[in-house]
Design a protein around this ligand. Structure first.
Ligand code: SAH
Length: 242
């Protein structure tokens, strides 16, 4: 019994690993949020689909597990990497009582890496990743983590910077950072990474505070050494002689 959990990267087929493509091709049944299944539509043509809405992850994983128990080879698909705010952990938990299912997790390019490459090289050195979604994490905990990243002068990547219901989380996070960081710190925004309509903007921490973003955006906040190099965002590693 085989259950793959596959990170498909930020966009379509050309952003996936060969291992992910081969696993998708080999399965009978694919479970995932419909937007992600559409991104790999050609690869899964004719395969059974388990689709549920964005907030029904548990139901989707249980349906995928049950399909695997019935003898099908099943893939649970996440965007980016399945272990980064994705379905890998949940799938392992849902399968805890079924050791007969072999769960194989296939990594994908997470938005921090794909978006970082669009901007330049913002995450060259130590960095932190924080999701601003408080659906599953209390807001006080998120604030504590953002503050800790600032204290460590870490570059910071923010996932889920806003949603339709939450429009001020990025502003609140910037206000926390501005308590200790200068407003000129270089920041970048990348929207629709690897998909149609990909766009990026370079800005400063002060201006980022008043920028409207949506849930298809990943935000990058530099550290004290981050600068722009020919219009790209670069955190220097510190090599001498440049
Ligand atoms: N597992 C995913 C993250 C899911 S959380 C990964 O590893 O990338 C969802 C958040 O990820 C979004 O709100 C956004 O901040 C970021 N994200 C994922 N894919 C993206 C893309 N193609 N373009 C821009 N941001 C993306």
């Amino acid at each position: 019994m085989k259950l793959y959990v596959i990170g498909i990267g930020p966009g379509g087929e050309d952003q996936m690993t060969l291992r992910a493509v081969r696993a998708l091709q080999s399965c009978d049944c694919v479970a995932g949020y419909s937007l992600y299944l559409d991104l790999v539509a050609e690869l899964i043509e004719g395969k059974e689909r388990i689709m549920t809405g964005m907030t029904r992850e548990v139901d989707r994983c249980i349906a995928a597990r049950d399909a695997a128990l019935s003898g099908k080879t099943v893939a649970v698909v996440s965007s980016g990497d399945a272990g980064v705010y994705g379905m890998a952990g949940l799938t392992l938990e849902v399968c805890e009582a079924h050791p007969e299912i072999e769960v194989e997790i296939i990594p994908g390019i997470t938005a921090a890496c794909s978006g970082g490459a669009v901007l330049g090289s913002p995450l060259t050195c130590d960095f932190a990743v924080v999701s601003l979604s408080d659906l599953l994490t209390p807001w006080e905990v998120i604030e504590k983590r953002v503050r800790a990243a600032a204290q460590g002068d870490l570059c910071l990547t923010l996932y889920n910077p806003a949603s339709k219901k939450r429009t001020d989380h990025l502003q609140k996070a910037c206000d926390i950072l501005l308590e200790s960081q200068p407003s000129e710190i270089v920041c970048g925004l990348v929207r629709n990474i690897g998909r149609e309509g990909e766009e990026f903007t370079l800005t400063t921490l002060g201006a980022l505070r008043d920028t409207q973003v949506d849930m298809l955006t990943t935000v990058f906040i530099g550290n004290s050494r981050t600068r722009t190099v020919n219009g790209r965002m670069v955190t220097p590693r510190g090599y001498r002689g440049v």
